[in-house]
Ligand binder design. Structure first.
Ligand SMILES: [Zn+2]
Length: 148
């Protein structure tokens, strides 16, 4: 199960992701961030490939956007990898469809990939939550987590 974490993103990465999510509003934004094996952080905005009429409610990503990063992580060229997306007019809690996409038979679809969600609710400031996969054996507050 993906669980909120106290970790935070480097300030430059955080603001870059927020800028992308705010400029995409009212559509959902999506992308990735990572730290390479030299310690350099980067972000990569992805195109939301959902049908135009539904981009305010969902995002679709092509394997061509995701796979190179997963393969680089497998080769050890990426130390930290995360995917982000925004929730226009909603909180940054993982939605049921997020859960479906991120977990398969109680296992992470993308092992070792963190998830960052940005809630965009103008004129309020964005709200964010960073999630990481937590194996059942590592869960300390199981009753709390069942709300997700
Ligand atoms: Zn979502």
């Amino acid at each position: 199960m993906y669980q909120p974490t106290d970790h935070s993103l480097p300030p430059g990465i955080y603001s870059s992701i927020l800028d992308h999510c705010q400029s995409a509003y009212p559509e959902e934004a999506c992308g990735a961030w990572w730290q390479d094996d030299h310690g350099k952080w980067q972000t990569q905005p992805w195109e939301n490939q959902a049908p135009a009429a539904s981009k305010t409610m969902q995002f679709w990503v092509s394997p061509a956007q995701v796979l190179p990063l997963l393969l680089a992580q497998d080769r050890g060229e990426i130390k930290t990898l995360g995917f982000y997306h925004s929730h226009p007019n909603a909180s940054p809690e993982l939605s049921p469809s997020d859960q479906d996409a991120l977990e398969w038979d109680n296992q992470p679809t993308y092992p070792n990939v963190m998830v960052f969600v940005v809630g965009i609710n103008p004129p309020l400031s964005p709200t964010t939550c960073l999630y990481r996969w937590c194996p059942l054996s590592d869960r300390k507050n199981h009753s709390e987590k069942s709300q997700f």
